[in-house]
Design a protein around this ligand. Structure first.
Ligand code: DAT
Length: 180
């Protein structure tokens, strides 16, 4: 993993459309425990504060009010030192992040994880399609500088450990160089 120096020490994880299964929450929570960074789960904050603007009939889930999410979080994000966990990224201000990780999972493994989560039918199929077409990776590359977007495989517990190790090392080096 290349070391990228920037100003603020913000990190973001991406999975794929529809929240589920690539291991964002698992990795981000363990990383927050291992470092002194704060875990920020956008889905949970939106739920607690009802930052919604409607209901999606197709996917049977609330629609995020992106402008309100940005307003609510801007102060916290300005302070830096946050690990942000969400499955989409193009609507966040670019200045919020110094590095973006997109977690990837093989389709057969992902299919099982989503089934275990109770997904079926169109919702399951669409999420798998989304992974096949690398939708989130491309969205991240379109929204942030290419050099700060990193793809990480997240199929096995070994890969999880490996990702934790790589990102912790990056954080240490980043902190040293940026004086955080
Ligand atoms: P997300 O936050 O992206 O929706 P999660 O962290 O809740 O995903 O993980 C989904 C499930 O997969 C959960 O049961 C933990 C498991 N998991 C996550 N990362 C994994 C990995 N690298 N290897 C094996 N299982 C993993």
């Amino acid at each position: 993993l290349p070391v990228i120096l920037g100003r603020k020490g913000w990190i973001k994880f991406e999975g794929r459309e529809g929240t589920p299964g690539t291991g964002k929450s698992t990795l981000a929570c363990e990383l927050a425990q291992k470092t002194n960074l704060k875990y920020v789960n956008i889905g949970e904050i939106a739920k607690e504060q009802e930052l919604y603007e409607g209901w999606d009939d197709t996917y049977q889930c609330p629609v995020l009010d992106e402008d309100r999410v940005i307003d609510e979080l801007d102060d916290v994000m300005k302070d830096g030192g946050n690990i942000v966990d969400y499955h989409s990224c193009e609507f966040f201000p670019e200045r919020w992040f110094d590095i973006v990780f997109v977690l990837r999972t093989d389709n057969t493994i992902l299919y099982e994880r989503l089934e275990n989560r109770g997904y079926s039918g169109k919702k399951l199929e669409d999420n798998i399609q989304c992974e096949i077409f690398q939708t989130i990776l491309e969205e991240a590359r379109d929204s942030y500088k290419h050099e700060i977007v990193h793809e990480l495989m997240s199929n096995t517990p070994e890969e999880l450990e490996d990702n934790l190790e790589k990102i912790s090392t990056w954080i240490q080096q980043y902190s040293m160089h940026s004086g955080l």
